[in-house]
Design a protein around this ligand. Sequence first.
Ligand code: DAT
Ligand code: MG
Length: 136
Amino acid sequence: MSERTLVLVKPDGVSRGLVGEVISRIERKGLTLAALELKTVERAVAEQHYAEHDGRPFFESLLEFITSGPVVALVAEGPRAISAFRQVAGGTDPVDKAVPGSIRGDFGLEVQYNLVHGSDSPESAEREIKLWFPNL
Ligand code: DAT
Ligand code: MG
């Protein structure tokens, strides 16, 4: 059974020229692309995207960061796509929870600048795909 997940290459990933690297790893894992767009996100969309973190100490800087430059938003599709991409991405903290061979483990240094986002559950994926790709 196929599943869809929302992936973001965050502003650090775009500015460091890692878009191709991330897409390549998604494709090599066996997932396929169902949608893809480069866009600079408005604060309101960022607030909805990260609504679960509202009130956390890092919420404001997270919003500033995610709206600081263009991101690549994409929908990846395939069997267990949500877990599969979370595995390709690696742990949230790219050093403390480093997963060697993952995107964050290989390229990340600080928790805020961890390069990619991936939906964490079917409910989040549905909500996030609607938010980023309302016409999909
Ligand atoms: P993930 O992106 O692995 O799903 P999350 O949903 O817990 O992680 O957090 C969302 C983002 O917020 C994360 O990618 C980076 C940032 N973040 C999380 N914890 C943080 C912290 N302690 N300090 C600064 N930024 C943090
Ligand atoms: Mg998350």
